[in-house]
Design a protein. Structure first.
Length: 325
């Protein structure tokens, strides 16, 4: 009789252990650049969600690069899908250095946000209240000079001022409820410190604007608030260029047995329309990655992006797919 009781207890113990294991099982997901679920082939990130202990109220959440397998971020979340972030999150550069520290409450950033350059120098120190700036918020260039400064009260009312890397004023204006409101003035990076544009905002929405030339004369046309960088000739001309540059020889020997190889290239269009800062986002097959980068590098000139009536640097992303045949 005693043996039967022990056997029953043993079986129940095993069943309970299996039940507990299911509760704290590791859950795995594949995500795109916006951290939305996708299939494994299209994944940019790999997400691991689990509970370390049954008594934990939050899940552990670790995000990895799908290709390099390095850690992108570590934090906790409220749900098994990893969609509702809760608590402190640390983000990392590909090389492993800390990039960002922030705190979430129900998926909204709340509290101190600190960001660092890859070499460890501080880049930003912000204070957020449910996703909106309050208090003192500062950012710095790599040389240590101030880039942006926002001095706000606990309602988000206050002033903002920005500087160029050499210390010249870049813009100034007022905030109400943590968004641009009233008159904002923007300046050229010229020795004369002339305005490039004046804008009246209402809750971050442009109401009226006025543009100036470098000489300080009001422009009666071509007053541009924001415009994306564009390939000369349009999107169709850009597609034609990419098709023309694709290799005509077989790439089968370089494809590691795959029929398709997709690479995403990020690059910058400079203020003068040149292509710069070309990088492969998920390097894998080095020879094909370099080929994709060369296609972008040999691009003809672009029309630069415009912001506040003056050309600015702008980043773009371009997927390129190679086939074995």
């Amino acid at each position: 009789m005693l043996l039967k009781k022990l056997a029953i207890i043993f079986i129940l113990s095993i069943l309970l252990q299996k039940s507990f294991a299911q509760i704290i099982d590791t859950l795995r997901y594949f995500l795109d650049n916006e951290e939305r679920p996708v299939n494994k082939i299209s994944a940019v990130y790999r997400l691991i969600v689990y509970k370390a202990k049954l008594t934990d109220t939050l899940y552990k959440r670790t995000l990895y690069s799908a290709s390099r397998n390095n850690i992108i971020s570590i934090g906790t979340c409220r749900d098994a899908q990893g969609e509702v972030k809760q608590g402190v999150y640390i983000y990392y550069y590909n090389e492993g250095n800390k990039m960002l520290s922030t705190n979430f409450i129900n998926n909204k950033e709340d509290g101190n946000l600190d960001k660092w350059y890859p070499d460890g120098k501080i880049e930003k120190k912000y204070h957020l209240a449910f996703g909106k700036m309050t208090g003192s918020n500062m950012s710095w260039y790599k040389n240590g000079n101030i880039e942006d400064s926002f001095a706000l009260d606990n309602t988000g009312a206050g002033k903002g001022i920005g500087f160029y890397e050499d210390g010249k004023i870049r813009y100034k204006g007022d905030f109400i409820a943590s968004v641009k409101s009233g008159l904002w003035e923007y300046y050229y990076p010229s020795p004369n410190i002339n305005k490039s544009m004046e804008i009246i905002f209402a809750s971050n929405v442009l109401q009226t604007s006025k543009c100036y030339t470098l000489e300080g004369i009001i422009k009666d046309h071509d007053c541009v608030y924001q415009k994306e960088a564009a390939f000369i000739g349009g999107s169709e001309a850009w597609r034609n260029y990419l098709v023309k540059k694709m290799p005509r020889r077989s790439l089968r020997k370089k494809m590691k047995g795959e029929y398709l190889y997709k690479v995403v290239i990020s690059f910058m269009i400079t203020k003068d329309g040149k292509v710069s800062d070309i990088k492969t986002e998920k390097p894998d097959i080095a020879e094909l990655d370099k080929l994709a980068e060369s296609i972008i590098a040999e691009s003809p000139a672009w029309e630069p992006a415009i912001e506040y009536n003056q050309p600015v640097n702008a980043y773009r992303r371009q997927p390129i797919t190679f086939t074995a045949e």
